[in-house]
Design a protein around this ligand. Structure first.
Ligand SMILES: C[S@@+](CC[C@H](N)C(=O)[O-])C[C@H]1O[C@@H](n2cnc3c(N)ncnc32)[C@H](O)[C@@H]1O
Length: 293
């Protein structure tokens, strides 16, 4: 278990999808079209920290007719949920040896092939811990490495090694950048945000996490290895229509801040109460595309 529930990932998925930076996405598609004849040929994509497959569901409709995806996560429950969710999302099933997900000794959950919007999408599920297994994952043939809401979890030393090992283009979206705006404003917003950032930088499995500086570090390390990088904003902009996500975000932020023990419980409770009922909430994210020409 990773601490990211399938329910939380499902709640954020529609907001994630509408927040992605479409201009940058178009640039990625154009790049792949040049190097890979994306419309006619087949394309291999490896998605890091895939959760239940949200990134695939956002991108596959824009890629070519024949796609091969490897979804990588260390949480077997999320990967099994990904398999079930993708079968439900598909227009039809081309091949799913067995309907029920099964885990093999190699950490693979039985693959599926589905059709969606006239595309054939073969999907492999790889249960692997990227802390240790990133090199083996990067060694697999892939035209593109993707990730969503992942690179703020990793630690600087891991990022240094990952960027040194990366040879494929990388497209990572929705990395938290630390900018938050809640409306109406509260006097304690700045204190809560500071404490939340301190929590974001605690160990998420890779060592002390880069947190809100994830994209900046990724960008400068990749540039150091000769990659061209392009960044673009992808903020969550939420209002009354996003009540359920705003409420869970307030609860989750307050829980994280409590763990830092830097603010009184009364202060956090007051903030949580106000934020569960916030009118509007913007959460900053950055999308990044890195490639070598
Ligand atoms: C914020 S969630 C994002 C999930 C998915 N990309 C999405 O956009 O819905 C982060 C994901 O990274 C995965 N993850 C965290 N640490 C990992 C590790 N060491 N190895 C593999 N996956 C990891 C979690 O299990 C979780 O699915």
């Amino acid at each position: 278990m990773s601490g990211f529930s399938a329910e939380w990932l499902a709640l954020r998925e529609p907001v994630d999808h509408r927040s992605r930076n479409l201009a940058l996405q178009a640039q990625v598609i154009q790049f792949l079209g040049q190097v890979k004849a994306i419309d006619s040929g087949s394309i291999h994509i490896t998605d890091l920290g895939s959760g239940t497959g949200s990134n695939l569901r956002a991108l596959a409709p824009h890629f070519g007719l024949q796609q091969f995806w490897t979804l990588v996560d260390y949480d077997a429950d999320l990967l099994q949920s990904a398999r079930t969710t993708l079968i439900a999302w598909a227009d039809s099933i081309v091949d799913a040896n067995e309907v029920e997900p099964k885990r093999t000794a190699l950490g693979l959950i039985n693959p599926i092939a589905i059709r969606k919007n006239s595309k054939t999408i073969a999907i492999e599920f790889q249960c692997a811990d990227l802390v240790h297994d990133y090199q083996a994952i990067l060694d697999k043939p892939a035209d593109l490495i993707t990730a969503a809401a992942f690179f703020d979890l990793v630690a600087e030393p891991w990022l240094v090694q990952f960027c040194a090992a990366l040879t494929q283009p990388l497209y990572t979206v929705l990395t938290y950048n630390g900018i938050e705006k809640w409306s109406p404003p509260e006097a304690i917003d700045a204190d809560v945000l500071r404490a939340f950032h301190a929590h974001q930088c605690t160990d998420k499995g890779f060592g002390a996490a880069v947190g809100p500086s994830g994209v900046d570090r990724l960008q400068s390390l990749l540039q150091g290895h000769g990659f061209t990088t392009v960044c673009a904003p992808s903020p969550w902009v939420m209002d009354q229509h996003d009540r359920a996500l705003i409420e869970q975000l307030a609860i989750g932020t307050a829980r994280a801040v409590r763990e830092t023990a830097t603010l009184s419980n009364a202060t956090i409770n007051q903030w949580e109460y106000a934020r569960r009922n916030a009118r509007q909430c913007d959460i900053g994210h950055i999308d990044l595309f890195a490639y070598q020409s």
